[in-house]
Design a protein around this ligand. Structure first.
Ligand code: NCD
Ligand code: ZN
Length: 364
């Protein structure tokens, strides 16, 4: 039995308020506990997005009522909330800026819209950027110009990880996260097994269908570069982005994969394969996210994992409401057996024991 600290996922789409047919604070935080996470940071691209006092309060009151694990909520950077966002900083996980194509309404195309946020958001709180490729380079330049820390979400490309490495070497305050799906899947797409009858004959590709995700699944060379630069990766984050199977199999599939319940088993399987160490997991899923986001200690909190349990990932065993996983049928090694959160058994032997509302806002 392996005992690890309660894991922290700095990138979760809870979908509440507004899209609770995909997920809500109840199911997302149950999925988190089942995946070994005792704390999640919730993204602001809900409906409506979280960008001012009233939308922030709406998310927090749903969380207070329903969360089974601990949490904090991001505030989103919009075109005209650069004055308001800093007033929420002390209560928020951080500021999330969408600088590239994404799901939802929060997107800042014009760099003049980035400037007031970089100027005004308090420097002691992190700015997380969804910025790919050249926009990522621009975001790093902003971090250097405004001399403030930024955290790059879901890095997926070789050029990105190499530039982050170079920026770190020059003392620019940049950290980054990589998602399991960008480590374990490439543009070849999701191997569908078994193929549902509705999709028979259609081989899933890196673009379209269930494989739609932002950033897109990348080339094998990019995947290899991420594995070769593990020391540059500060955090593993799931970017848990649940959409229902019906939505994913529609004509216009929204981008995103669920990830809370598959991240740790996949990474532990990589440990078993000798590609990663348990120390890497602790550093990137506990120590570093805590440091980067200034998250408090969760006393008497740990998880117990059976490193030798071998099994197949199955959507039917998941707590997420979305009803599918891109890793259906994958054989993994490593199962979360028990989660103790603040002295209480929160998850044990496949059952969530922490009740709704047990989760605490770590910024309160
Ligand atoms: C995210 C979502 O569905 O909210 N989708 C995704 O593909 N990652 C949006 C995002 O993180 O950009
Ligand atoms: Zn995301």
């Amino acid at each position: 039995m392996l005992k690890l600290p309660g894991l922290i996922d700095p990138h979760v789409h809870v979908r509440e308020p507004g899209q609770i047919h995909k997920e809500d604070w109840d199911t997302a935080t149950q999925a988190a506990l089942a995946g070994g996470f005792t704390m999640i940071l919730a993204m602001p691209n809900t409906k409506p997005p979280i960008f001012d006092n009233s939308t922030f309060d709406a998310a927090i009151s749903a969380a207070r009522e329903k969360a089974h694990c601990d949490y904090a909520q991001f505030v989103g950077a919009g075109p005209d909330n650069a004055e308001i966002a800093p007033s929420l900083a002390h209560k928020a996980a951080g500021l999330k800026m969408y600088l590239d194509s994404t799901f939802g309404e929060l997107r800042l195309d014009d760099m003049t819209l980035w400037m007031p946020h970089f100027e005004k958001y308090p420097k002691q709180y992190p700015i997380v950027v969804h910025a790919e490729s050249r926009s990522m380079a621009a975001a790093i330049l902003f971090a250097a110009i405004y001399d403030r820390p930024i955290h790059i979400a879901h890095v997926s490309l070789k050029e990105e990880i190499l530039l982050i490495k170079a920026a770190k070497e020059r003392g620019i305050k940049v950290t980054c996260e990589v998602c399991p799906h960008h480590l374990f899947l490439s543009e070849g797409g999701i191997p569908l097994s078994p193929t549902p009858s509705s999709l028979q004959g259609i081989r899933e590709k890196g673009k379209g269908g269930r494989s739609e995700v932002r950033p897109r699944l990348a080339a094998q060379e990019d995947v290899d570069a991420l594995w070769q630069n593990l020391d540059v990766i500060d955090c593993f984050a799931t970017d848990h982005a649940p959409h229902t199977l019906e939505e994913k199999d529609s004509e216009t599939p929204p981008p995103g994969f669920p990830g809370l319940e598959t991240a740790l088993p996949l990474l532990l399987t990589a440990v078993d394969d000798g590609r990663l160490t348990v120390d890497d997991i602790v550093q990137k899923m506990y120590t570093n996210p805590r440091k980067i986001f200034h998250l408090p200690d969760q006393p008497e909190t740990w998880i117990e994992v059976d490193e030798n349990a071998e099994y197949e990932i199955k959507a039917e065993n998941q707590f997420t409401r979305c009803g599918w996983t891109p890793f259906e049928g994958w054989k993994v090694k490593g199962r979360v057996i028990r989660v103790v959160l603040r002295g209480r058994d929160a998850f044990k032997d496949g059952k969530v024991l922490a009740e709704k509302g047990f989760g605490k806002n770590v910024r309160e």
